[in-house]
Design a protein around this ligand. Structure first.
Ligand SMILES: Nc1ncnc2c1ncn2[C@@H]1O[C@H](COP(=O)(O)OP(=O)(O)O)[C@@H](O)[C@H]1O
Ligand SMILES: CC(C)(COP(=O)(O)O)[C@@H](O)C(=O)NCCC(=O)O
Ligand SMILES: [Mn+2]
Length: 904
């Protein structure tokens, strides 16, 4: 076991499991004399979930921006939410206390004039929660040992979770709401009710444990995209369960004891069985027999164990032979611990490692087998395993899966849940009325993986970090020590089972990663009710944003690219914040945090769920924001915008002198040429040292030689200029700032407007590299409009600029009222786009669009190259990376892609 070095961790670790004082009181109570073990008592009736809803809860309705329209970071008020709202729910089990808490959070969203007018125009219901781009709300998951209840109470108290969090008005005013009620489930909700009242002044409102388990599990399956996975032979595979085909399934919650529940629907279930041989048994027996001080230590021991010294194998009985007639190999366990009968040895003569492995195999296998029998009893094919006994441990999951697979002859499937032990706590949280969670679907939730606590050698050091300063200090501490910080997610082990029997695993992994439910393996769930599925996706069910699967090999490449890029990014980020000492500290901390993520993913690409390149690039941006770098490329963007706007009038004049067909080609060429301005591509950044923006733009244009690597231009031109069937509305998704948007995309948009086609420019909600954001775009359009009547009239018609330019030369004075030009945000803060989760603004704007243009590598190549839409789609990008050019197009760096996909 990696030593939990106290000199590095002066504060007691949150998850320092075990210890002398660990009690299993609830278990002892449940197992009262003369009674059948509680876990084995099967309920006979099907229970309907009752929601006790005695008080108002998180109410997002009527949310409104507080402050002036010009405020950059206004507070969002939830007028219908009462101050004494509880943001916390608990599951106090026999071994562990699980906390799910909600924190309100106002992200960097502004409600400017553009947004207000867009909303009006798109008829987005203002005043409702759906009108907020990022209505902050986050669900956090934390656990404590039940034996260390005091730490849990301190945690709740320090964060004021029982009073609605430190951001709650009642907290700030120092008010003491006298009757705070918190939902709680698990035996401890009864047992410790008085203590909670005494220490925190709160009453625990008890929710039934089974109700909660089922509600939590159903919510996760419905709302989290990569929640359930199979684990066989060391391989983790995410399973997408169809929402319309979720039921029935068998839920096996392996906590201290085991509950087996047949789930038939929402709130419709029956506890059909259970077993008292569960997680508490492994930990309890293991502690007695090995003198381990913590659960993790015990589990870690098992990884170096050889159970054949303890278990009686088929081969031991059959003289080394298989018992092939009934399908048992020599290495199959015939009798767990059976060998110790004849050995005549004392307990101390056995290796603790071997004991732990024998125990783990015995208990996991037994649970798998009992679960299978119950599945058989009710004809169920899907068995979902939850509870903290699983602990994301590869070997445990493989053993259970093997048992299910073996006994069912492959008919039934064992699946595991990423939020394994939090089902009950989540269910208790769900039982609050008006929390809004019921209405949420997968597209409303974004899981993020902040550095919640520092990790060294797979161990958590210290409690979850309270603020940014604490976080940075931790990072610095570990940097000084030169220790690699790694994000703690359960490790994946290589193959564990052999043919025809249950073999000894070849490897069980070297280290057991600290599971740190307070942080990275289970991320923080961001609730973003304003996200929607893009309505023009041909088939949202089969849509896959990532073009290339981020498997281990692919990740290795990106690991190098992103690591190499890191020093430059940090330099830009620090400069964007004025280069102060504080910015430098944050910059270093960011670099270490992001590297930690990279190292973690290198070990196991599936550690954070099914992770694609889009997620990885977004993780980098989110990590920057976590360390309060809100726009690392701000000055580069400004400089390039200004330089490009200065040459725009000449370009427009040149374009206007061409005939329609030549102009269209020049425009598309211009878009492709200007897409070279990408500060995320190493090759391009090297290029920028060789000339000014305008020189590079000219050079790039000159090199535009057709045919391009993919060249559907003629097809597009034909369709675009079809007089009897003109396009009506184009959604144009833009990419980079500077020449890209000013000299490439704006002139193209202008051409559409000239053809009477309504244009919606789609831009990022939050900064990512040098991409233009929806907040920045109106100013650029207004600048451009000073030199162009078409843009001006259209921008006015779209409410983008008010008519404040009287007296400015007007070449479109006598033209009829223009079709509108609008700007909408896409809901993203990444250089890629996942169309399953876009802003409601974009979704509303898309409804009557008949053309979608995607520009740039991130949005048109790395993601969406293979995406199919319900309207015509034009994908435009310059490939600024040799490897990608080879991989996707058998081509070369600086190749251009013009892919047109008409619907008919
Ligand atoms: N850090 C830990 N400390 C104690 N037990 C742990 C820990 N991590 C995982 N476990 C396992 O998880 C079991 C508890 O699982 P859980 O789902 O929380 O059930 P309960 O609600 O009964 O506490 C323990 O009995 C033990 O086998
Ligand atoms: C992050 C990006 C996808 C952005 O490209 P864009 O969408 O701006 O065309 C791209 O810069 C990229 O793939 N860069 C990493 C690899 C490299 O250095 O070439
Ligand atoms: Mn870009």
């Amino acid at each position: 076991m990696a030593a939990n070095n106290s000199s590095e961790a002066p504060i007691p670790p949150l998850e320092e499991a075990g210890g002398e004082g660990v009690k299993h009181e609830a278990e002892a109570e449940a197992d009262g004399k003369g009674k059948a073990p509680a876990q084995a008592q099967a309920a006979s009736t099907t229970t309907m979930l009752h929601r006790s809803g005695s008080r108002p809860q998180l109410d997002l309705s009527g949310a409104a921006i507080h402050g002036t329209l010009e405020d950059r970071n206004p507070t969002i008020l939830l007028p219908n939410q009462s101050d004494d709202i509880s943001h916390l729910a608990l599951d106090i089990g026999g071994s562990l206390i699980k906390l799910v808490y909600f924190s309100r959070h106002a992200d960097q969203s502004t409600e400017d004039k553009r947004k207000l007018s867009t909303k009006k125009r798109l008829e987005i219901f203002t005043g409702a929660r759906r009108s907020y781009p990022v209505l902050g709300g986050r669900l956090h998951f934390v656990k404590f040992e039940t034996g260390k209840l005091n730490e849990c109470l301190d945690f709740i108290s320090s964060k004021q979770l029982h009073r609605g969090g430190v951001d709650s008005p009642s907290w700030r005013s120092g008010a003491q709401p006298d009757n705070i009620v918190i939902k709680a489930t698990g035996g401890g909700a009864y047992k410790y009710a008085d203590l909670f009242k005494e220490r925190l002044g709160v009453s625990l409102e008890k929710e039934d444990e089974m109700d909660c388990l089922v509600a939590g599990s159903n919510f996760l399956l419905k709302a989290i995209r990569h929640e359930a996975f199979t684990h066989m032979d060391g391989q983790k595979e995410y399973v997408q369960i169809d929402q319309n085909d979720m039921f029935p399934y068998l839920l096996v919650n392996v906590g201290s004891g085991v509950s087996i529940i047949k789930v038939d629907g929402h709130g419709k279930f029956q506890r059909v069985s259970g077993t008292n041989v569960g997680g508490g048994t492994y930990w309890g027996l293991g502690r007695l027999m090995t003198e381990c001080k913590s659960f993790d230590e015990l589990l870690e021991l098992s990884q170096r164990g050889d159970n054949s010294t303890i278990d009686m194998l088929v081969g031991d009985i059959y003289g080394g032979l298989d018992y092939s007639k009934i399908g048992l190999s020599a290495s199959t366990i015939a009798s767990s611990f059976g060998k110790t009968i004849s050995d005549n040895k004392e307990l101390s003569e056995y290796r603790p490692e071997d004991i732990s492995l024998s125990l783990l195999r015995m208990i996991s296998y037994n649970i798998g087998q009992i679960s299978y029998l119950n599945a058989l009893r009710y004809g169920l094919k899907r068995i979902l395993f939850g509870g903290f006994f699983i602990r994301g441990h590869a070997y445990t999951m493989d053993t259970i899966s093997f048992a299910v697979h073996f006994w069912s002859k492959g008919e039934a499937k064992a699946m595991f849940l990423r939020h394994e032990g939090f089902l009950g706590a989540l269910g208790a949280f769900m039982s609050y009325e008006k929390h809004g969670l019921d209405d949420l679907s997968a597209h409303h939730l974004v899981e993020r993986f902040p550095m919640g606590a520092p990790y060294v050698g797979g161990k958590i050091h210290g409690p979850p970090l309270g603020d940014l300063n604490e976080k940075i200090s931790w990072m610095e501490k570990f940097v000084q020590k030169g220790i690699q910080i790694t994000a703690p997610v359960p490790m994946g082990a290589p193959a564990t089972t052999g043919m025809g029997g249950f073999e000894r695993p070849t490897s069980k992994g070297d280290i057991l990663r600290s599971d740190a439910s307070a942080a990275l393996n289970v991320g923080v769930l961001h609730l973003v009710p304003s996200l929607d599925v893009f309505p023009l996706l041909e088939d949202p069910k089969t849509y896959e944003p990532n073009t290339i699967d981020l498997d281990h090999n692919e990740f290795k490449y990106w690991f190098t690219v992103l690591s190499d890029h890191l020093p430059d990014l940090v330099e830009k980020a620090v400069a964007s914040e004025g280069g102060t000492d504080d910015a430098k500290r944050r910059g270093d901390a960011f670099a270490h945090a992001f590297s930690a993520h990279l190292f973690r993913l290198m070990e196991e690409p599936a550690a954070y769920g099914k992770f694609g390149l889009a997620n990885l690039l977004e993780l980098r941006e989110e990590c920057l924001r976590e360390f309060q770098f809100f726009d690392a490329y701000v000055s580069i963007k400004q400089r390039e915008n200004e330089a490009s706007l200065a040459v725009l009038p000449d370009l427009l004049m040149e374009l206007d002198s061409m005939d329609e067909e030549a102009r269209l080609l020049a425009l598309i060429e211009g878009v492709l040429a200007a897409n070279i301005f990408d500060w995320g591509s190493k090759a391009c950044v090297d290029l920028y040292h060789q000339g000014t923006i305008i020189e590079i733009y000219r050079m790039s244009r000159k090199k535009m030689q057709r045919p391009w690597r993919i060249d559907d231009f003629d097809m597009f031109k034909k369709r675009m200029l079809k007089k009897d069937q003109p396009y009506k509305k184009a959604l144009i998704s833009v990419d980079n700032s500077g020449a890209d948007v000013v000299l490439g995309m704006l002139p193209l948009a202008r051409e559409f407007l000239r053809h009477g086609i309504e244009v919606v420019l789609v831009a990022n909600s939050l900064p990512a590299l040098n991409d233009i954001t929806a907040n920045e775009l109106p100013e650029i359009v207004a600048e451009a409009a000073k030199h162009c009547g078409i843009l001006r009239k259209a921008a006015e018609a779209g409410g983008l600029i008010v008519d404040a330019m009287a007296g400015i030369q007007d070449d479109a004075k006598d033209e009829p009222v223009s079709v509108p030009l609008m700007v909408v945000e896409n809901g993203c803060g990444s250089p890629c786009i996942d169309f399953r989760q876009v802003s409601s603004e974009l979704a509303a704007a898309a409804k009557d669009a008949d053309l979608l243009i995607l520009e740039g590598m991130g949005r048109a190549l790395h993601t969406n190259l293979n995406a199919r839409f319900k309207c015509d789609a034009l994908k435009l990008a310059m490939v600024k990376n040799q490897r990608l050019a080879e991989k996707l197009f058998n081509g070369n760096i600086y190749d251009c892609i013009c892919k047109f996909e008409p619907v008919s």
